[in-house]
Design a protein around this ligand. Structure first.
Ligand code: AMP
Ligand code: GLY
Length: 427
């Protein structure tokens, strides 16, 4: 074993707390930092007061602190080229470079890669002016997804049930420019029906290692009602993803994308996240993300038995072929606790009670997202505040355990869904 390496995790959400938690378990790691981190990461790593998108400052910090590996959580810095900047400076950063991150940064690019590589996805058209967009609507039956081409912080997709709704969505994106330049070109695509699931992989530009399936709960309300959020809970595995679907996705989606990206001069490294719709005619790709999902990361990493650091390093170095990953057969469930009002406006600075009582519940880990320390009080500081994550022999057991811990935590105006994992139990 060589000298321990210092690791920097970039980001401050639940995903990054889970990464810090897992990386901290590695015997290969020396000092561990998180920028900017949250109250949870500060218990395991040293928080660094640099924003996740401040590439120059992150680079200076990495140089000054002998960082051997930087792990980037959120997509914005990846799409801005943080990995390129680190590589130019001779530093290792885990994630796709700017050219490869376009798979998430541009939906039009993603759709083109999919259709060129013959990977199943919804029928679509790309448009760059509102008049042709309206005209193109005629080709669809009114039920469409209208999507801003660029990054829109997860808000750039509008599901439309009628021609009128779709026309409104086009107006909002292209005329009113609600998402700024991200909506200057748009995708119109047919609506797919089925259940959603996610499959992620570690990638090294050529080879990849699949992770177990997961499923996210995007809507704020029980029964999948109300507006979309970053994700109110997640679990792994997703029983809807049979082993047959898993191998189909491995071969027909991940394998083909890796090949297509390489052929396009953009070998893909880092986490590749495929958002899938499991339709009657097989899995179809809804989206790619160039990073771990949040909260999917929390239940997935809780199941990873292998040391994550060799996997991260091998992804950067192009050595994944010589590795494998071991996964626990237990089910894991993450229940997100959020500030009342989220995903709309919400208040911050509320004291969180019961964290210690919840932490002693067996098989539970509480990942922090929007939290901050005020002396020894933990205060809310974001929309999604905590991801209470539990494991169990069955998904039902994991759900019960997670909610037992949730019941011990409180703050003024807390909200959470009561039905995380319901689809998995239904199966
Ligand atoms: P995206 O960011 O493209 O994955 O879209 C966000 C969410 O919108 C997805 O997770 C789906 O719930 C929904 N969605 C996107 N595209 C479609 C589609 N073609 N058919 C049905 N639902 C979709
Ligand atoms: N939970 C969905 C995402 O991270 O994009």
């Amino acid at each position: 074993m060589g000298d321990p390496i210092n690791v920097l995790v970039v980001g401050g959400g639940g995903r990054e707390h889970a990464l810090v938690w897992k990386i901290n378990q590695s015997p290969l790691v020396g000092k561990l930092y998180c920028a900017p981190g949250n109250a949870g990461t500060s218990e395991l790593a040293e928080n660094v007061d640099i924003g996740a998108e401040d590439i120059e400052k992150l680079l200076d910090f990495a140089r000054a602190n002998d960082i051997g590996l930087t792990v980037v959580g959120p997509e914005a810095a990846l799409c801005e080229g943080i990995v390129d900047a680190f590589a130019t400076a001779g530093l290792k950063a885990f994630g796709p470079d700017k050219k490869a991150a376009l798979l998430e940064g541009s939906k039009a690019f993603m759709k083109k890669i999919l259709s060129d590589a013959n990977i199943p996805t919804a029928k679509y058209e790309k448009l760059s002016d509102p008049a042709s967009a309206l005209k193109t609507l005629e080709k669809f039956n009114g039920k469409v997804a209208v999507k801003a081409d660029g990054l829109a912080a997860g808000k750039g997709v509008i599901i439309c049930q009628s021609h009128a709704e779709a026309a409104q969505a086009i107006d909002l994106m292209m005329v009113k420019r609600a998402f700024g330049a991200a909506g200057d070109s748009i995708i119109i695509e047919e609506l797919l029906e089925g259940e959603e699931a996610s499959m992620l992989a570690f990638c090294d530009g050529e080879n990849f290692i699949m992770m177990p399936s997961s499923q996210d709960h995007k809507r704020i309300g029980d029964g999948d009602t109300g507006p979309n959020t970053g994700g109110m809970g997640a679990y792994s595995p997703a029983p809807v993803v049979t082993s047959q679907i898993e191998s189909m996705v491995e071969k027909e989606v991940m394998g083909k994308v890796m090949e297509a990206m390489k052929k396009d001069g953009r070998p893909y490294k880092g986490i590749l996240y495929a958002g899938l719709m499991l339709t009657d005619s097989g899995p179809k790709v809804l989206e790619f993300n160039c990073r771990f999902g949040d909260p999917e990361c929390q239940p997935i990493l809780m199941r990873l038995k292998s040391d994550i650091v060799p996997l991260l390093l091998a992804s950067v170095d192009g050595n994944l072929k010589s590795l494998s990953a071991q996964w626990s057969s237990r089910s894991t469930v993450c229940v997100v606790m959020a500030s009342g009002g989220y995903p709309g406006p919400y208040e911050k600075g509320k004291e969180i009670y019961g964290l210690k009582e919840a932490a002693v519940v067996e098989n539970v880990t509480i990942f922090h997202a929007g939290t901050t320390l005020d002396n020894d009080r933990v205060l809310t500081s974001g929309g999604r505040v905590l991801g209470v994550t539990a494991s169990g022999v069955t998904v039902a057991e994991a759900i019960d355990t997670a909610y037992e811990a949730v019941s011990k935590i409180s703050w003024d105006n807390v909200v959470f869904r009561k039905d995380i994992g319901h689809r998995a139990v239904g199966r």
